[in-house]
Design a protein around this ligand. Structure first.
Ligand SMILES: Nc1nc2c(ncn2[C@@H]2O[C@H](COP(=O)(O)OP(=O)(O)OP(=O)(O)O)[C@@H](O)[C@H]2O)c(=O)[nH]1
Length: 537
């Protein structure tokens, strides 16, 4: 469904003013240009805002075929087998990078190149090139179908293993299963090849692999590492774009030529949504997390190359009756593995700023750090989380995340909904930013204590116990007329929580807030906020 919509958008956006890119992350509807004689339709399109959840299908490159060749000479009329082995297919790799914000640069389908075929004179086919895509720091991987993703490192040493997954099984640092076990969350290496849900091709792959093992030929192991450090992100992006364009042109043609599309679109959409839901029910959540720049994760492995006849006849025993068939099967390259993943982004920060739209969260982030998020006097200016770094004199550094504004009923999908709260799931400290001026000077806003109540309710709806984290209150816009009295009222109504009156725009009260945040980070037994601590009317 999305592919069709993206193809459509590419086609109409330069010409059709109705299809101008929106600056929001909300699902939008566009009037689409229709071929002559057809009614224009309204099609939902994913807007350009942050893409923090992404469906990705990946396929490793197939292995190249082995060569069957005989080298004859005058002295040897019968000839000696000299066919080389096929090359291994490329892997599909995700690389964690600080230079990308979200998944908007990814393709939904990624395929690595196949290995080259073996040639005579015992020459091995070339290895298929890998397909590498960059994902942001904080990417969580859920597995819908296929094999567990595995970590790619250049050397199997402990020092190079950047993962710190809880419950990972400890192994010898030099065993391949160590790497394998580290890459699975809570799984041992014997489970690493477990299929979540089998597909035809992966079944075939497994069968083929079984046959190979049976004949004594080793299949790939996870100790075949990919050199990761010199990867040039720019060249990869270019490669990805080229492929995407090729694909999109093709899709465009199909799309406009397809008569049934206009009639069946709704039905198809519904079917696809239902299928996606069905698939999501079988998802294995959080099989891997990418938390450090430079980490690489192989999500689909290239197939092994087929054997050349030089190798087959030297090392294998072939039955006389089925010689040809066995030779053909051994020389055929294995298909690459396939996986279907859901990528989800959870920003990594120590402090999460939560507040109603327009409370001044982005302004506060600007005052606390060098981050420069968009600031404006209308609600929902922030559409994606912004993370800034707050550094203290002793070089202690705290990451602060500003997330889009929450409103009452966000859990019922009001405003921007509450899905982006996943970005504060991992924070240690919550800072509730309340707007002291929301009801002042004739404004029809919500009093600060009610803002606090609504925020707590929404956070608890998203995840029970989230508000038990160490918390403080930032009473913002103290510079406004009447804000002092409002602050006093707030202090009376909410007790037992550290509170800081602040004017984010003039940076007043910000130094005290910095100290307060540090204290909360260091405190051994800090408290969260409960609804019972708030006195409401
Ligand atoms: N008077 C006053 N205005 C402020 C203060 N802090 C922020 N503002 C104004 O409040 C408006 C909203 O500020 P933002 O920082 O965009 O608020 P936000 O909470 O990030 O808003 P969303 O992006 O909608 O979630 C802007 O016009 C700011 O200039 C303050 O301390 N005093």
């Amino acid at each position: 469904m999305w592919r069709r919509q993206h193809a459509l958008l590419r086609r109409i956006s330069p010409l059709n003013p109705l299809a101008a890119w929106p600056a929001s992350g909300i699902e939008c509807y566009y009037a689409t240009a229709a071929p002559e004689g057809r009614k224009a339709k309204m099609a939902p399109l994913q807007a350009r805002g942050m893409v923090d959840r992404f469906h990705l299908r990946a396929k490793g490159g197939d292995g190249g075929n082995g060569c069957i060749s005989l080298r004859r000479s005058r002295s040897d009329r019968q000839g000696k087998p000299d066919g080389g082995n096929g090359g291994r297919g490329g892997d599909v790799i995700l690389e964690c990078s600080r230079s990308v914000w979200d998944f908007s640069g990814l393709q939904h389908h990624m395929k690595a190149s196949r290995g080259g075929h073996g040639v005579s004179k015992n020459q091995i086919g070339t290895r298929g090139s890998d397909k590498i895509a960059q994902v942001p720091v904080g990417t969580v991987i859920h597995l819908v179908q296929g094999e567990q993703p595995s970590l790619a490192v250049n050397k199997p040493t402990r020092a190079l293993d950047p993962w710190d997954i809880p419950d990972a099984v400890e192994h010898s640092p030099f065993s391949s299963s160590h790497i394998g076990s580290k890459m699975m969350k809570g799984l041992d290496s014997s489970q690493s090849n477990q299929q979540i849900s089998s597909k035809k091709s992966s079944d075939a792959n497994e069968r083929e692999r079984g046959n190979r093992n049976h004949r004594g030929k080793e299949t790939y192991s996870i100790t075949e590492f990919v050199h990761t450090e010199d990867f040039d992100g720019i060249s990869c992006t270019q490669q990805v774009e080229t492929d995407e364009n090729d694909q999109s042109d093709h899709e465009d043609e199909e799309f406009w030529e397809d008569d049934e599309f206009w009639e069946d679109e709704d039905k198809l959409d519904k079917e696809e949504v239902a299928e996606e839901k069905r698939e999501e029910e079988e998802v294995r959540y959080s099989v891997a997390e990418m938390t450090k720049p430079g980490q690489q994760l192989i999500i689909a492995r290239g197939g092994e190359g087929g054997l050349g006849n030089a190798c087959i006849l030297k090392e294998m025993w072939l039955s006389k009756s089925h010689r040809q068939e066995e030779m053909a099967s051994l020389s055929t390259g294995q298909p690459g593995t396939e996986t279907y993943l859901i990528l989800e982004l959870k920003s990594i920060a120590d402090v999460g700023l939560v507040g109603m739209p327009n409370a001044g969260k982005s302004t506060l982030l600007t005052a606390l750090s060098r981050a420069r998020p968009e600031i404006a006097d209308y609600a929902f200016t922030t559409l994606r989380p912004n993370v800034g770094s707050l550094t203290y004199e002793d070089y202690f550094s705290v990451k602060v995340a500003d997330i889009p504004g929450l409103i009452k009923g966000a859990h019922e999908n009001r405003g921007l909904g509450h899905a982006f709260l996943r970005h504060i799931e991992r924070t240690k400290v919550l800072a509730y930013v309340l707007d002291l001026a929301a009801t002042l000077n004739g404004r029809k806003g919500v009093p600060p204590w009610e803002q606090l109540r609504d925020l707590i309710v929404e956070l608890e709806h998203y995840q029970e116990g989230l508000t038990k984290r160490p918390s403080l209150i930032v009473a913002n816009k103290i510079d406004e007329e009447g804000a002092d009295a409002m602050y006093e009222e707030l202090r009376k109504r909410v007790q037992g929580v550290p509170m800081f009156p602040v004017c984010a725009i003039l940076q007043e009260g910000v130094p005290d807030l910095r100290v307060g945040l540090r204290d909360l980070m260091d405190a051994s037994d800090p408290e969260g906020i409960e609804l019972s601590k708030i006195m409401l009317d």
